[in-house]
Design a binder for this molecule. Structure first.
Ligand code: ZN
Length: 494
C-alpha cells in the first residue's frame, strides 16, 4: 500500500525547525549525504548515518517519490584533525603500510560497501569519489576566486571568511559567530599562508613528499576537504537540491564551509533541508581510538572485542540503531545489544506468524488495528521517529500473537493491515529482514547438495562411474566443486 498524500516533516538543522518537506520538483527528491573517508575499517559510527539515510530514502520511495541518492567516498584531501594542516589521512595510512594511497582507498571502500550491504543499507544511486572530480573542484575554486571570496597565497587558495561574513554571514548552519571562532582557533604562527586562523583551504599546494597531487592554475596540489561535497552535489543534483545529510560531527566545520562555498560561488546555499544524525556513545563515553572503546562493524559481527559477550548480527545492530531517534544520542553497550536481539526476534517471529493467521469473514474491521497503522505512519512521517514507529509496530506484534493463540479473531482487512505493517513497513521501509529465514536457505542448499552427494556415493559403490562423473560435472556447472578423498566427498561453492 502506498500512501501518497501523507506529509513528511523533517527537522532542518539550518532553520532549527521541524518543517513540512516540500521537494523542489514534485515527485522527485535529491539527497546528498557525506560518506566515509576511506582509510580504516567501517565502525559503529559509520553504521548510524548509513542506516539513518537508508531509512529516509526507503521511506520517501515508499511514499511514492523518485529519489536520487548521492553518497560520496572521500579519498583525498581529508587531513588529520579535520584541519588545514597535517597529513592526509589516506596518504598517512599508505605510508605506514607501504601501499599506494589509491590501494588504501580501494581496499577500505570495498570493505565499507560490504559492511553496509550486511546492515541492509541499499547502495546509493551514485557513489562519487573526490579524486574522480578534481576538474570540477578546480572550476569551483576559480568561481569562488572570481567572486572575490578567496585569495591565493604561495600556491594555496583560501576561503576569505571575513569578506564572506560581511556579505552573507558565516556560521548560520552551526549557529557559531566569528568571535566564537576566534576564541577557539589557535593564533597563526607566522608560518601560515592564511590571513585569518578561521579561513579554510580550497586548494593546498603539495609539499615535496606529498603523493596525491594534481596540476592546477595555482600549484601542483590537492583540494581542501570541504570542496568535494560542494562540487559533487552540484554536479549530480544541481545547484539547488532537497536534502543534505551527514553526522552531527560534520556540521562544523565541514557543512558550514560547504554552505559558504556554495553561497560564495552561486549566491545561494542551494540546500533546502539540512539533516544531521547524532553520535553513538559507548557506555556513556565518546567513541574513539584514544578512549580504547573503538568498535569496528566486523568486530560486532564476529563478537571479537573485549566489550562484547558474543557476536551480534547485522540486523541486531540495525534494529538497535532504529530504536533511537536519529537526532538523539544513542548509547551502546553489550546489554543494550542483547535486548535489541530479543526485540528483533519477537518482531521477526510475528512477521512470519502474520502470514498464517486465520480470518473470520463475517467480522467487521477492527478500528484499533487501523489506528495502529495510522500511528506507525504518523511516527515515520514525523521527522522519521523510528522508536515511536517501532513501539506501535510492537502493538501489531501483540495483536498477531493474540490471534495466533486463538484469543482474538480478526477480519481479512485487519490481516492485510497487519501483514502490510510487519512485512512492508518492517521489511521495505525499516529494512529489517529475517536473518534466521535467510540462514534457512543456506541450510536448504546444504541439505540438497549433501543429498545429491549421497546418490553419487551410491553410484560409485555400484561402480557406475559414468553416473558419478555426470553428477560431479552437473554440480560443477552450477558452481559447486567436489573434492573426493578417502573419507568421502566434500564440496565448495566456487
Ligand atoms: Zn561532505
Amino acid at each position: 500500500m502506498i500512501i501518497m498524500t501523507r506529509d513528511l516533516f523533517i527537522y532542518n538543522t539550518c532553520s532549527r525547525n521541524k518543517e513540512l518537506f516540500v521537494p523542489i520538483n514534485p515527485g522527485h527528491v535529491g539527497i546528498y549525504v557525506c560518506g566515509p573517508t576511506v582509510y580504516g575499517d567501517a565502525h559503529l559510527g559509520h553504521a548510524r548515518p548509513g542506516i539513518t539515510y537508508d531509512v529516509l530514502v526507503r521511506l520517501l520511495r515508499h511514499l511514492g517519490y523518485k529519489v536520487r541518492y548521492v553518497r560520496n567516498i572521500t579519498d583525498v584531501g581529508h587531513l588529520e584533525q579535520d584541519a588545514d594542516e597535517g597529513e592526509d589521512k589516506i596518504e598517512k595510512k599508505a605510508r605506514l603500510e607501504q601501499l599506494e594511497p589509491m590501494e588504501v582507498a580501494q581496499y577500505y571502500t570495498i570493505r565499507y560497501q560490504a559492511a553496509m550491504a550486511k546492515l541492509g543499507v541499499n547502495p546509493p544511486s551514485i557513489e562519487p569519489r573526490a579524486s574522480g572530480h578534481i576538474i570540477e573542484q578546480i572550476a569551483l575554486v576559480q568561481k569562488i576566486l572570481d567572486a572575490g571570496f578567496a585569495y591565493e597565497s604561495n600556491g594555496s587558495v583560501y576561503f576569505d571568511v571575513d569578506k564572506y561574513d560581511k556579505v552573507y554571514k558565516y556560521g548560520v548552519l552551526s549557529g557559531r559567530s566569528i568571535d566564537e571562532m576566534i576564541a577557539n582557533t589557535r593564533d597563526l604562527d607566522g608560518q601560515s599562508d592564511k590571513r585569518s586562523s578561521y579561513d579554510f583551504a580550497l586548494w593546498k599546494k603539495a609539499s615535496p613528499e606529498h603523493i596525491m597531487r594534481w596540476p592546477s592554475p595555482w600549484s601542483e596540489g590537492f583540494p581542501g576537504w570541504h570542496l568535494e561535497c560542494s562540487a559533487m552535489s552540484a554536479k549530480y543534483l544541481g545547484e539547488e537540491f532537497d536534502i543534505h545529510g551527514g553526522g552531527m560531527d560534520l556540521l562544523f566545520p565541514h557543512h558550514e564551509c560547504e554552505l559558504a562555498q556554495n553561497t560564495a560561488s552561486r549566491g545561494k546555499g542551494g540546500v533546502h533541508y539540512w539533516m544531521h544524525n547524532n553520535m553513538i556513545t559507548i557506555e556513556g563515553k565518546k567513541m574513539g581510538k584514544s578512549y580504547g572503546n573503538f568498535i569496528t562493524l566486523e568486530e560486532l559481527f564476529t563478537g571479537k572485542h573485549p566489550l562484547l559477550s558474543q557476536a551480534f548480527s547485522p540486523m541486531t545492530i540495525r534494529f538497535f540503531i532504529l530504536q533511537a531517534h536519529y537526532r538523539g544520542t544513542l548509547d551502546f553497550s553489550n546489554e543494550a545489544l542483547l535486548a535489541a536481539e530479543k526485540g528483533l526476534k519477537k518482531l521477526m517471529q510475528a512477521s512470519q506468524a502474520v502470514k498464517g493467521l486465520n480470518v473470520e469473514p463475517s467480522l467487521q474491521p477492527n478500528a484499533d488495528i487501523s489506528q495502529i497503522q495510522e500511528n506507525v505512519y504518523d511516527a515515520l512521517c514525523d521527522d522519521m521517529n523510528t522508536p515511536i514507529a517501532l513501539s506501535h509496530l510492537f502493538e501489531a506484534v501483540r495483536v498477531v500473537n493474540t490471534v495466533a493463540n486463538g484469543k482474538m479473531k480478526i477480519s481479512s482487512e485487519d490481516k492485510a493491515i497487519l501483514e502490510e505493517l510487519l512485512s512492508v513497513v518492517v521489511g521495505d521501509v525499516l529494512g529489517l529482514t529475517d536473518e534466521a529465514a535467510q540462514g534457512g536457505n543456506e541450510s536448504l542448499i546444504d541439505g540438497l547438495i549433501t543429498m545429491i552427494l549421497n546418490y553419487r556415493q551410491e553410484a560409485k559403490a555400484a561402480k557406475d562411474w559414468a553416473k558419478s562423473d555426470q553428477i560431479r560435472d552437473a554440480l560443477a556447472q552450477l558452481g559447486v566443486s567436489i573434492k573426493d578423498s578417502k573419507e568421502g566427498s566434500s564440496w565448495n561453492l566456487k
